[in-house]
Design a binder for this molecule. Structure first.
Ligand code: GDP
Ligand code: MG
Length: 370
């Protein structure tokens, strides 16, 4: 697809094939009537006749998969784990996220804590961990349903005084479906009725068996509110990260997922992106979901302006034409024109799909339109 013969192009331009062949010869291209012309040759001839060609990207070519560079083994380096905290309502997810942040973000950086970009990084023993600060696990599931797997490790919070509850089971199912390792955080250990043994007992029904009982699930007892056991949890996260051998290639164009996005009165479209591979830089031409643009400014989780962001780093960016959705994927293109073409094609495809309710356009449909 996408090619034209000399004869076909002549037909489109209302010229004789022989005339085109002469022109081509004059331009240093030897061609016959039935020869396929590449895009450059077509463009060259059209410009000779003052006809402007719009290079079209067919919808099938808008998938990022087609443009992802292959990671070279020798370029792979360790990257921080991306962690999601899940669990039943009121079992302490938000309190735990706050406790981790307060334990690990130093006073000097405290001013930046008010910055909320939907994710943050902490450092423990010189190693970073990225936490997705998404409310509940709704975001986890919406991202999953869009095919974006961003989480490396799930922390399942279970209140020691309440035990396994319906949303605990839901969270287990999500994490298992995503094949993500689960660490159990038995929370509210400070409470009178805390019964961690009962939590362990209940979880064995879901094949989450502690090491002491012959299983391989890590359990950490803690009190988020008293900020006790937080370092133990971080240590276990690092342990699991090492086992998982999480790697990325910093040298590539950035690829990743939208954590959250909104329209800001002053700044326009503002999106928090999680870089999953490669390095994102200010000035990059980027396609994000069904929109595109150039990264105008980047701010990290501490509210500091940064010029670049490597793998597993969350950053807030401005410069997109429109507001993407949480769970959308993004990819940087070295060629600005290409980014625009693919961005526009994805936008059109999206408009068409939402109009017809169709999720895929067949090749035949496409050629009928042309
Ligand atoms: P979420 O719905 O899972 O995000 O739960 P929250 O973090 O909002 O916590 C629900 C309630 O439990 C709040 O009143 C918290 O103060 C309380 N809470 C959270 N962690 C602890 C804890 O370790 N100990 C005690 N006693 N209360 C806690
Ligand atoms: Mg909460």
């Amino acid at each position: 697809s996408g090619t034209l013969t000399v004869d076909e192009l002549a037909g489109k331009l209302n010229k004789d094939a022989s005339e085109l062949i002469k022109k081509l010869m004059f331009l240093g291209v030897m061609a016959t009537k039935n020869q396929d012309l590449d895009d450059d040759a077509v463009e060259l001839i059209c410009s000779e006749y003052d006809v402007e060609v719009e290079k079209e990207i067919v919808f099938e070519d808008t998938d990022f998969d087609k443009y992802l560079e292959e990671s070279k083994q020798e370029n792979l380096v360790e990257r921080p784990a991306v962690v999601t905290i899940m669990g039943h309502v009121d079992h302490g997810k938000t309190t735990l996220l706050d406790a981790i942040r307060h334990t690990k973000v130093t006073e000097g950086e405290a001013g930046g804590i008010t910055q909320h970009i939907g994710a943050y990084q902490v450092e423990n023993e010189g190693k970073k961990v990225t936490f997705l600060d998404t409310p509940g696990h709704a975001a986890f599931t919406s991202m999953r349903s869009r095919g974006a797997q961003v989480t490396d490790i799930a922390i399942l919070v279970v209140a020691a005084d309440d035990g396994v509850m319906p949303q605990t089971v839901e969270a287990i199912n999500h994490a298992k479906a995503a094949e993500v390792p689960i660490i159990i955080a038995v929370n509210k250990m400070d409470k009178e009725g805390a019964n961690p043994d009962r939590v362990m007992q209940e979880l064995t029904e879901y094949e989450l068996v502690p090491e002491d009982w012959g299983g391989d699930t890590i359990f950490v007892n803690l009190s988020a509110i008293k900020q006790e056991g937080i370092n133990d949890l971080l240590e276990m996260i690092l342990l699991v990260s090492e086992v998982e051998e999480l790697k990325a290639d910093q040298t590539q164009n950035a690829f990743g997922t939208v954590i959250e996005a909104q329209l800001d009165k002053g700044r326009g479209s503002v999106a928090t992106l999680l870089v999953q591979n490669g390095t994102l830089r200010v000035g990059d031409s980027i396609v994000v979901g069904n929109t595109f643009g150039r990264v105008r400014a980047m701010v990290n989780d501490l509210g500091k302006r940064v010029q670049e962001a490597g793998p597993s780093t969350p950053v807030e960016i401005t410069g997109l034409n429109d507001v993407p959705q949480a769970g959308d994927q993004f990819l940087v293109f070295s060629d600005e024109k290409k980014a625009r073409q693919i961005g526009e094609a994805r936008q059109q495809k999206h408009i068409q799909e939402s109009r017809t309710g169709q999720s895929k356009v067949s090749l035949d449909d496409l050629f009928e339109q042309i």
